[in-house]
Design a protein around this ligand. Structure first.
Ligand SMILES: *Cc1c(COP(=O)(O)O)cnc(C)c1O
Length: 393
């Protein structure tokens, strides 16, 4: 923790200049002896304000899994945010940071029965489900609760689609709403997720069309739906242009108003879009090598990889931007990999990354916009490499 290590960094960082980017400034000014995520609370708070301004009357329930740092939860509690929790652990975290039970939704459609009972006992009254068996479980352990049914959406245009793991088919919805009512639950509304990192607001339209048709059909069948939970999907900047958060959110809300009309309660669950840009990872080059003299690509091994925070490089889906202490000179293509002894620990190979030709071991690297889905994905210490450290400014 002494001399600045990224002397000429500013020029390589045009989108968020250092003076306005506390995490980048902190990384530039310090040494780290292990991979470290540095996140700025002020940036999270500012991003919350921008998203909320665009979302208008829609209530934000932060998706806690994106970054569960207690300081971030506390910051959002102070902003009067709600919280989308997936487990007892996340519920306890939010309660400990001052969230009230009515600010918390239990949004996982796969809940442990004892966790449902625990949430009910703690005063939480809003639960997600996508199956009859989960509704049975909720009715048993949280009698009278409000439930929203999660729908599968087709044709996600997201960079990190959420596949078919969550949600029920539209054809199953009427029976599930009836079932909830029969069980004495309040069939309160619907939810969906467009897929994470949905880069353009217009990509929501086909999904909104599907959900709106089901919403109106359910209401016509006599279900007094109150809540539309639009999930997450709000994008972060990874080098490809995105709209400013306020504008993006406002456009989504306009598209919803046009299709749904008067909805009593709107709720959004941003994760990535709220915290990703607030943090960067300080990392280090451990080795630069070639497999043979004829090898076209250098292999660059970092001290962080797939198992210590960069899980979203799976399928090369999320392409993080790298800034190095040698930026400014000539670059060449590199395969980028992590330090562990697992062959899956390769970050980018199909599409190599351009890095300075004079890069060498010991050089500092900053991985940009890593505030979401890094610390929460880091393993406990595969191969004895320490898990991602977190510093919250
Ligand atoms: C993970 C998750 C989110 C957050 O998604 P982002 O794309 O990061 O905004 C929202 N809702 C639910 C139910 C989730 O599981």
């Amino acid at each position: 923790m002494n001399a600045p290590v990224f002397g000429t960094f500013g020029a390589a960082f045009p989108v968020t200049p250092f003076d306005a980017d506390p995490a980048a400034a902190f990384i530039a000014a310090h040494h780290f002896d292990r991979p470290t995520l540095v996140v700025s609370r002020a940036k999270v708070a500012a991003q919350f304000d921008e998203l909320q301004a665009g979302l208008g009357r829609a209530r934000i329930h932060y998706a806690v899994k994106a970054n569960p740092a207690p300081e971030i939860i506390r910051t959002l509690v102070n902003k009067k945010s709600g919280f989308d929790c997936a487990s007892r652990g996340e519920i306890d975290l939010c309660l400990a940071q001052g969230a009230k039970p009515d600010q918390i939704s239990f949004g996982n459609t796969i809940k442990r029965a004892s966790d449902v009972a625990y949430a009910h006992g703690a005063g939480i009254t809003l639960f997600a489900a996508d199956s009859a068996a989960e509704l049975d479980k909720i009715a048993r352990h949280a009698p009278g609760a409000r439930v929203y049914i999660r729908l599968i959406v087709e044709n996600s245009l997201a960079d990190w689609p959420l596949s078919r793991k969550f949600g029920c088919a539209g054809s199953a919805l009427p029976a599930l709403l009836d079932h909830a009512q029969t069980l004495g639950l309040v069939a309160y509304g619907l939810s969906f997720h467009v897929g994470s990192q949905t880069r353009k607001a217009e990509y929501w339209n086909p999904v909104l069309d599907q959900v709106a048709a089901l919403w109106h059909a359910a209401r016509a069948a006599g279900h007094d739906l109150q809540l539309l939970n639009i999930g997450g999907g709000f994008p972060a900047y990874y080098g490809q242009n995105i709209d400013a958060p306020r504008r993006y959110a406002a456009e989504v809300i306009r598209a919803i108003d046009a299709r749904f009309g008067d909805v009593a309660h709107l709720m959004a669950e941003p994760g990535r879009g709220l915290v990703a840009q607030a943090g960067h990872i300080a990392a280090e080059v451990m080795l630069v090598s070639r497999k043979s003299e004829a090898d076209l690509h250098r292999w660059v091994y970092l001290d962080i990889g797939r198992f210590s925070g960069l899980a979203e490089t799976e399928g090369e889906a999320i392409r993080y931007q790298l800034v190095t202490s040698r930026d400014g000179g000539e670059t060449g293509p590199c395969v980028l990999a992590g330090p562990s002894c697992d062959s899956a620990d390769i970050l980018y190979e199909k599409r190599p990354v351009q890095l300075p030709l004079d890069l060498q071991d010991g050089d500092k690297v900053m991985i940009r916009c890593c505030g979401a889905y890094t610390s929460s994905y880091s393993s406990v210490g595969f191969n004895g490499f320490p898990p991602l450290d977190v510093i919250v400014l």
